[in-house]
Design a binder for this molecule. Structure first.
Ligand code: OAD
Length: 231
């Protein structure tokens, strides 16, 4: 069986990385994304944007994968043993899926532990704070390797190829508020796939899913994975 999983901030919430929307201390309630996560914001005030992502990078380095990340890595290995495959497409810019052992992770919104040259586009590893003086070998300014509002997500061709090859679509920990990711369930349905949602609460497009399970990811993802590997 080939499974396509889309993850969002909810899968990393219990690792302490926070979510963007919803109740409590959601990031986009505390900060204005238009001042921090757009190419225009970076052009206007790069130091402010760097400070925001430097703080998030330091939080990430101190965080650890939770039971949901580890369960998805078990699913990856279990499907491979059975001749199947897992494609894990994440909107998250953290590396917690990889640290838990997942092998085929597609970061459609980029990666916080990488930086990109705003001039030549070269991508490099980045675990240190970035400043306005940070430069690529070509002399161009370095920016966080993350997709901002108004920019095109990465790896869209690979993502659609994986949807074409999938037998099951599963969305985990995502609010269904941001496109194109929020539209993948519709693409999956158009391909005749069964669709499952695992989230703390119904997402904005919950009605599009055949199977819905609600609760903390650290509980519902491991039990779903055991079910998948047992069947
Ligand atoms: P959101 O913050 O929009 O949604 C997170 C979802 O996770 C919500 O539906 C919560 O109910 C759910 N959730 C919270 N805690 C959970 C838990 N412990 N277990 C399971 N689910 C939980 O995050 P995303 O959908 O990932 O983009 O947001 C999509 C994109 O919007 C992000 O990639 C980011 C943001 O703006 C960019 O920065 C380009």
């Amino acid at each position: 069986m080939n499974i396509f999983i889309l993850t969002g901030a909810g899968v990393s919430a219990e690792s302490g990385l926070g979510v963007f929307r919803g109740e409590g201390a959601a990031l986009w309630k505390r900060y204005d994304p238009m001042q921090l996560a757009t190419p225009e914001a970076f052009a206007r005030d790069p130091a402010l944007v760097h400070d925001f992502y430097n703080a998030r990078r330091n939080n990430l380095i101190a965080a650890s994968p939770n039971a949901a990340h580890f369960a998805l890595a078990r699913l990856d290995a279990g499907l491979a043993q059975r001749g199947g495959a897992l494609t894990l497409v994440t909107q998250n810019i953290d590396d917690l899926h990889e640290r838990a052992g997942s092998t085929n992770v597609i970061h459609m919104h980029g990666e916080l532990l990488k930086a990109r040259c705003a001039s030549c586009g070269a991508v490099c590893d980045c675990r240190e704070d970035l400043s306005t003086g940070a430069r690529c070998d070509c002399g161009g300014a370095l920016r966080p390797h993350v997709v901002w509002f108004g920019e095109t997500p990465l790896f869209m061709e690979d993502i659609f190829a994986a949807l074409d090859a999938a037998d099951l679509f599963v969305a985990i920990g995502t609010s269904g508020a941001v496109y194109p990711a929020a539209g993948f369930v519709r693409e999956a349905r158009a391909r005749g796939l069964r669709c499952s949602e695992l989230n703390l609460e119904p997402s904005e497009n919950a009605a599009e899913f055949d199977d819905r399970r609600y609760g903390p990811a650290s509980e519902i993802v491991p039990s779903w994975v055991e079910e998948m590997l047992g069947s």
